[in-house]
Design a binder for this molecule. Structure first.
Ligand SMILES: [Zn+2]
Length: 97
C-alpha cells in the first residue's frame, strides 16, 4: 500500500493538519501561492518569500486564508498552498521567453 502523501496528513480526528508557516519554512518552502476562493474567478497570486517573511512562524495557513481579498473579483477568502517549485510548475503559467 502506498504511503500517504505528506500534504494529505490529517489530525487523528480526520481534520486537515494545521500547518504553520514555521512548518513550511522547516521544509525549505518560503513562498506561498494564493488562489481566489471563487473557482469561477480562479485568480492566482504568488507571494514571494520577502513578503511572506513578515509573518511569524506560529501563524497557521488556515489563519491567513480568510484575510485575503481577491483583487480581481473582490471575493474575501482564499486557498493557500506552499509555493514549492513542483507546485509552481504544475499550476503557474510558464514564463514567456
Ligand atoms: Zn477572484
Amino acid at each position: 500500500m502506498a504511503r500517504p502523501r505528506r500534504k494529505d496528513r490529517t489530525e487523528p480526528d480526520g481534520r486537515q493538519l494545521k500547518i504553520t508557516l514555521g512548518d513550511l519554512r522547516s521544509t525549505g518552502v518560503r513562498d506561498l501561492i494564493v488562489f481566489c476562493q471563487d473557482y469561477r474567478c480562479s485568480h492566482i497570486i504568488k507571494l514571494p518569500a520577502a513578503y511572506v517573511d513578515q509573518w511569524p512562524d506560529g501563524i497557521r495557513i488556515s489563519q491567513l486564508e480568510p484575510q485575503f481579498v481577491c483583487i480581481s473579483c473582490g471575493m474575501r477568502g482564499s486557498n493557500i498552498v506552499a509555493g514549492s517549485n513542483s507546485t509552481e510548475k504544475a499550476i503557474l503559467p510558464r514564463p514567456v521567453n
